[in-house]
Design a protein around this ligand. Structure first.
Ligand code: NAD
Length: 433
């Protein structure tokens, strides 16, 4: 195929209403805006606009059919100003370095906005976990742990699950990392572990529960009751399904859900426990679910609902679809679901957006408790974990809400101001070298 033809074909494959995304650009534009208000020096801006470290490893893995496949993997530490690097590991075919860089920086701002003593990091492996066997995934995870053994550490960098990974992968990392350290059992090197290996009660549900807590807190501050409101949730994995469950338990009618297979709409409310059961018995996907009529992911975003929860991928709310969004409250369960260029449109429409760095921080809050429990060797009850986490995220929401009102800015801008201020204060205390 000629070069021109190739280009034309590639362009035709990019849907016109969804420009090619660069989450790092979205992260940077919000950071720069806050940095100017906070008064960072050009040097401080330069430091925080780049990752502190980028580690890339190519991992040869023996596949079940006898071939050896090489996987590209990353670990990015954005900042250790407030503490050790902290952030999940993503397994997905679209994983790329700029995405991991953006996700690492968001972790810095997220930990800062909820005031936990961590920096920001993120990891990723470009792979298709749903098409790999358990054995292949275990070999891949162990290879990644060996490659990153000098990067990870309970006082250096503490991974956790993200899209495509779960407690199972964290267990393999603890095992491999402990073997590499003369057999000393070091559970605090990762969070989101199975309970049997030092995981925390309440961790699996923590992010979705946190999203619900900030939604309820926002409703309270806006003088609205949850009963009778409607919601649409994009993404039906860990974050989306648990948010949907808690929202409906709090009287909010979840009328639409979606995942990779598309969307499902039922104006009387989707029965969330039924959808979760269906997904779990169908290989983790909703394909074929009969609890609602079929819609597309794009349609889900613009439904006439009160609350919209994007909980799947980055760059779903774009300047193209933002004008058509009808919800008046958006809680960003996913990281970076809104392109920076869409912010102004949402603000203009008066939509209240609870930004990702605040809305989905419930997971990292409970990860912090898990790490504390591992280090103390003392474990909390589920109620203790939930009460602490609920209070922490509600406090962070109130701080952002108060700041937004005082400075007449959006919740996102307020959250960034709080986060950037905390990080730069710590950076200054570290001193020059
Ligand atoms: P997951 O792998 O459990 O679920 C992802 C969901 O998104 C699945 O239902 C998948 O089918 C769906 N999806 C994938 N591609 C899609 C598409 N093109 N359109 C619609 N749906 C699509 O992942 P998760 O842990 O729930 O993470 C979801 C988001 O939340 C990510 O942005 C992640 O970074 C963020 N997040 C997760 C946590 C956590 O604790 N798991 C914490 C904070 C933020």
């Amino acid at each position: 195929m000629s070069r021109k033809k190739e280009e034309a074909t590639a362009l035709a494959e990019v849907p016109v209403d969804k420009p090619k995304s660069d989450p790092y650009a979205s992260m940077l534009s919000r950071f720069y805006a806050a940095a100017d208000v906070v008064g960072l020096t050009p040097e401080e801006k330069e430091i925080l606009s780049r990752p502190a470290e980028i580690h890339i490893a190519y991992l040869p893995v023996a596949m079940d059919d006898g071939r050896v496949q090489v996987f590209e993997s990353y670990r990015v530490i954005h900042s250790r100003a407030l503490g050790p690097g902290k952030g999940g590991i993503r397994y997905a075919p679209e994983v790329n370095m700029r995405e991991v860089m953006a996700l690492a920086a968001w972790m810095t701002w997220k930990c800062a906005v909820v005031n936990i003593p961590y920096g920001g990091a993120k990891g990723g492996i470009t792979c298709e976990p749903k098409k790999m066997s358990v054995g292949e995934l275990e070999r891949l995870t162990r290879a990644y742990t060996r490659a990153m053994s000098e990067v990870f550490g309970p006082d250096k960098d503490i991974p956790a699950p993200d899209m495509g990974t779960s407690a199972r992968e964290m267990a393999w990392i603890v095992d491999e990392y402990s073997r590499l350290n003369k057999g000393n059992f070091i559970p605090a090197v990762v969070t989101g572990k199975p309970l049997e290996l030092g995981g925390s009660k309440g961790r699996v549900e923590a992010t979705g529960r946190g999203v619900t807590m900030v939604v309820l807190q926002a409703l309270q501050r806006l003088g609205r009751r949850p009963e009778g409101l409607t919601a649409a949730v994009q993404g039906f994995g860990n974050v989306g399904s648990i948010t949907a469950k808690y929202l409906s338990q709090n009287g909010i009618r979840v009328v639409a859900i979606s995942d990779k297979s598309g969307g499902y709409y039922n104006e009387n409310g989707i029965l969330i426990h039924q959808a979760i059961q269906y997904r779990d018995s169908h290989g983790g996907i909703l394909e074929g679910f009969k609890g609602g009529e079929r819609i597309t992911n794009e349609q889900l975003l613009t439904l006439p609902v009160d609350i919209l929860v994007p909980a799947a991928l980055e760059d779903q709310i774009t300047p193209q679809n933002a004008p058509n969004i009808q919800a008046w409250l958006i809680a960003e369960g996913a990281n970076g679901p809104t392109m920076a260029e869409a912010d102004a449109i949402l603000n203009q429409k008066g939509i209240v957006v609870i930004p990702d760095i605040l809305a989905n921080a419930g997971g990292v809050i409970v990860s912090y408790y898990e790490w504390v429990q591992n280090r103390r060797g003392h474990y909390y009850t589920e109620t203790e974990v939930q009460e602490r986490a609920d209070n922490t995220i509600k406090q962070a929401f109130d701080d952002a809400f108060t700041r937004a009102a005082a400075q007449k800015v959006s919740l996102r801008e307020a959250a960034y101001l709080i986060a950037v201020e905390r990080v730069v204060k710590a950076l200054r205390m570290h001193g020059k070298y």
